[in-house]
Design a protein around this ligand. Structure first.
Ligand SMILES: Cc1cc2nc3c(=O)[nH]c(=O)nc-3n(C[C@H](O)[C@H](O)[C@H](O)COP(=O)(O)OP(=O)(O)OC[C@H]3O[C@@H](n4cnc5c(N)ncnc54)[C@H](O)[C@@H]3O)c2cc1C
Length: 355
């Protein structure tokens, strides 16, 4: 059986960041990814401007032009419950607009170039803990076993690693549905990421994003809520027709996935969770890529301290505490909001001119 210092499960932003950072600290790292490079992950593909600096800082590489969508740069536009009349574009605000598949494929390539052994099309299925951790994966119906000192679950919102550790853990997801519509230039839409806030549609957020010639519209709903995700999307389209002259041309795609909503699970023993698996996603905006990358760096640093004798989970909690506290505070804020609160939130954001 092959032996590693660290096995990372999942080749998204959090897993790649963990693996790259562990390798740069001199560890022997294996990354297992169940899919093929460039796999489809439902995503808006927008990143706050600071993310490019975080990527350079944490991963040591500049984000290449090849990962960008068009327009490559977007502004930010807020719309409160009372509608466009009280909304507006934030001054001097820039957002990266990327193609998520290209971005993740670039990250995975960066990971293997940094000395990490990457095995794709291999699904993690189980683990057993003895003096080290034995990890089981399945590749083309064949079972594979790996031995490791540390295991990192970077396997997303439905993390199998998390479920194996604690099958009864209460880890709620916000269900995010998005539709891709043709021809955004026929609607009265600017080259902006639009954040909409109205409680009958979403407890958290709704959004509109230009993608090439098309328009992505989406929102997040709670599980078992009325209206359900499809009904809420159709209500959202009606709002867009009234306020933004939205032209319902052709729906090109529709997809539904989850984001973490109100949990933080750091892991236990010599096993750490990062990114969505740990619950690290902003519940008011759905932003999780940057948080995944940052939590990967925290995980690597905690593992390095554990190799020198520190308790892994204590070290990780310290490293990642800034992110997990921020997510918890924003979650409490989301739960506290009614439409008056959402109205005030947008008003204050627009008057501050920055978030
Ligand atoms: C509809 C939608 C829109 C979003 N839009 C944005 C956005 O615009 N900007 C933003 O910053 N965030 C956005 N997010 C959130 C963002 O996508 C996530 O927070 C981010 O992908 C988390 O990264 P991750 O690496 O933790 O997990 P993931 O990106 O989910 O990666 C997990 C990886 O693990 C692999 N995997 C899963 N199970 C196994 C297994 N058993 N064995 C091996 N591999 C496994 C998966 O194939 C996947 O590659 C959005 C989320 C949704 C649902």
């Amino acid at each position: 059986m092959q032996k590693y210092d660290v096995v990372v499960v999942g080749g998204g932003p959090a897993g790649c960041s963990t693996a790259i950072n562990c390798a740069s600290l001199g560890m022997d790292v294996l990354l297992l990814e169940k899919d093929t490079p460039g796999r489809r992950k439902p995503c808006g593909g927008v990143l706050p401007w600071i993310t490019s600096e975080v990527i350079e800082d944490v991963l040591g590489e500049e984000m290449p032009q090849s990962v960008y969508n068009s327009p490559s740069e977007l502004g930010l536009y807020y719309v409160p419950p009372s509608g466009r009349v009280n909304g507006g574009r934030m001054p001097n605000y820039r957002i990266h607009n990327i193609v998520r598949e290209y971005f993740d494929e670039w990250l995975l390539k960066l990971t293997s170039d940094s000395g990490v052994e990457v095995i794709t099309e291999t699904r993690f299925t189980d683990l057993s803990i003895g003096t080290s951790i034995e990890v089981t994966g399945i590749r083309q119906a064949e079972e594979m076993k790996f031995d490791t000192k540390y295991l990192v679950g970077a396997d997303g919102v439905r993390s199998k690693v998390r479920r194996v550790l604690d099958p009864d853990s209460d880890t709620q997801a916000l269900i995010v549905g998005q539709e891709l519509w043709s021809d955004w230039k026929k609607s009265d839409i600017e080259d902006c990421f639009y954040g909409f806030f109205r409680g009958d549609l979403s407890i958290a957020y709704s959004y509109v994003i230009p993608k090439g010639n098309n328009l992505l519209i989406g929102l997040g709903v709670q599980q078992q809520q009325t209206p359900n995700v499809s009904e809420a999307l159709s209500m959202f389209r009606e709002w867009l027709k009234v306020d933004f002259d939205f032209h319902e041309e052709t729906m090109l795609a529709k997809e539904v996935w989850g984001i973490p909503f109100g949990y933080f699970v750091p892991g236990e023993g010599n096993i750490i969770l990062v990114g969505d698996a740990a619950g690290l996603c902003n519940p008011l905006s759905g932003e999780g890529i940057r948080l995944g990358i940052e939590s990967g760096e925290s995980a690597a640093s905690a593992i390095s301290r554990s190799l020198k004798g520190a308790n892994l989970i204590e070290a990780y909690n310290k490293e990642v505490g800034g992110i997990s506290d921020m997510v918890r505070k924003i979650f409490d804020f989301v739960l506290s909001l009614d439409d008056d609160g959402r109205e005030t939130f947008v008003k204050e954001e627009l008057s501050r001119g920055t978030i």
